[in-house]
Design a protein around this ligand. Structure first.
Ligand code: BGC
Length: 479
């Protein structure tokens, strides 16, 4: 019998679970992206001056946008507790309620404070579900489908972003009242959130969590529900074995052996955010306006960004195991650096009255393409590969706090940088960090393509430098 024939095959339930949990990824993208088209109308509704050079107003505008990553930072910090205590299923049910509450509160907000509160709530939902949904998917999926389902989640985020940009364009066009259109943009996010709630009601909990809680009978029933074969004894034994190897705490991440890994994963996320990706995702239309696009042109340009982001993420899924992680990062960082420098140049030309808006649009689109193929998905993948099993969950949680923390910092400071430095130098600042990324990749990032996770772990404990973790294990090495 072949190996694959021996593996327990999932039945059709796995696909509905994949779709429902990917809705959490969709909401992540939708609720982070919607602000790009809505902010100008929110400012208008609540009388916040659009072009004021006042620092306090710039900080307030930044905070309205940064409320989501701030909430998500908090959500990511408490997500481990939720996953452990409530379980994966009930945590996702809880976040779907938060998603609905956040969307409705923002849509019906009577003051700017309610907008901020609604966005903070959405952020908390994103932070919790961005950790728990992939965890739930990887625990429900059989090994042969794990990678696909988890990367599907990443793709769902980019589809959610694109859907938000399209919604912004349609609402701005069809709802002529500028004090109402943004309410529709946020309110529509309640529909997929309600879908997540209804869908999750029908889903089982993760068999792995049930076993960790000693609920053997329920775990067996869930596995029988998920698989075609009804004898699930060996699956239960496998899960119990892997649970027994996972007794590390987050403090272990700071041990001398593992600390460099943490720095590498943390560093990749910091650089991901300092590339300015979310300056485009959240403030794209105002950047395009500065470059010379007006009216609906700037919202259409944002739709193009969403499309390229989805398309190139699909390309990346094909390339990631062929070209390798290091090569993709090298090309990605270098390409982004050139594009950002071009955007900076075009913006300074625009400031001196020379129209270069098409070149700036092409440079921004190329920047997104380079990002989506490399720096978008690669840090998530590398972080899931390099941490030894016993600290994987804690290492990933700490790295994702870096992601949200720096996302919030860049998002909050973008309007302030714009009024102090100006838009063009701000993009040159982002270009500088992508150049740092080229060096960082060369110095610290291992090539993990086609390497068994166990070999990476052996190299790590043998004390090899980060860059060599993916090399073949030396013959004399013992663990
Ligand atoms: C980043 C997000 C970003 C998204 C854009 C992700 O990899 O972590 O901050 O908004 O890519 O697709």
């Amino acid at each position: 019998m072949s190996n694959s024939a021996k593996l327990n095959q999932p039945n059709r339930h796995i696909y509905s679970i994949g779709i429902v949990a990917a809705l959490a990824g969709f909401l992540f993208g939708f609720d982070t992206g919607i602000i790009s088209g809505a902010q100008e109308y929110i400012f208008h509704t609540f009388g916040i001056p659009e072009t004021a050079a006042d620092q306090a107003i710039a900080a307030l505008k930044g905070f309205i946008v940064a409320a989501v990553p701030l909430g998500a930072l908090f959500g990511a910090t408490v997500s481990g507790l939720f996953a452990e205590r409530l379980g994966r299923r009930r945590s996702l049910l809880f976040t779907s309620i938060l998603f609905v509450a956040g969307a409705l509160m923002t849509a019906f907000a009577g003051s700017i404070h309610m907008v901020i509160l609604g966005r903070l709530i959405m952020g908390v939902a994103i932070g919790i579900s961005a950790m728990i949904a992939p965890m739930y998917l990887s625990e429900i999926a059989p090994p042969q489908m794990r990678g696909t389902l988890v990367t599907f989640f990443q793709l769902a985020i980019t589809i959610g972003l694109m859907a938000a940009f399209i919604t912004n364009f349609i609402c701005a066009h069809w709802v002529s009242d500028a004090t109402l259109n943004w309410r529709w943009m946020f309110g529509l996010g309640g529909i997929p959130a309600a879908g997540l709630f209804t869908g999750m009601l029908a889903m089982p909990d993760s068999p792995r969590w049930l076993l960790a809680k000693g609920r053997l009978d329920e775990a067996r029933k869930t596995l029988q529900y998920l698989y075609t074969k009804k004898d699930v004894t060996s699956d239960i034994e496998d899960i119990q074995f892997s649970l027994s190897r996972e007794e590390g705490s987050w403090r272990d991440c700071f041990s001398p052996r593992l600390f460099p890994l943490l720095v590498m994963a943390f560093g990749l996320f910091v650089l991901q955010q300092l590339s300015g990706i979310n300056a485009i995702m959240y403030y794209g239309p105002s950047v395009f306006e500065k470059a010379g696009f007006g009216g609906s042109g700037k919202l259409l340009a944002q739709v193009a960004i969403g499309l390229i982001n989805v398309g190139m993420t699909v390309v990346s899924l094909q390339l990631i195991d062929r070209a390798g992680r290091r090569r993709l990062l090298f090309w990605g960082f270098s390409g982004m650096c050139v594009c950002l420098a071009l955007v900076g140049l075009c913006l300074s030309l625009a400031e001196s009255g020379l129209a270069a808006h098409w070149i700036s649009l092409i440079s921004v689109l190329a920047f997104i393409g380079f990002f989506a193929v490399s720096l978008g998905p690669v840090p998530y993948l590398i972080m899931s590969e390099v941490f030894p099993l016993k600290v994987r969950a804690s290492g990933m949680a700490i790295a994702s706090c870096a992601n949200w923390g720096f996302n919030m910092l860049v998002t909050e400071s973008f309007p302030i940088l714009q009024t102090t430095l100006g838009m063009a130098p701000t993009f040159l600042f982002f270009a500088f960090w992508t150049a740092v990324g080229v060096y960082f990749t060369w110095k610290f990032v291992p090539e993990t393509k086609n390497r068994p996770l166990e070999a990476i772990e052996v190299n790590l404990y043998a004390g090899r430098p980060l860059r060599e973790l993916g090399e073949p294990v030396l013959a004399q090495t013992t663990v």
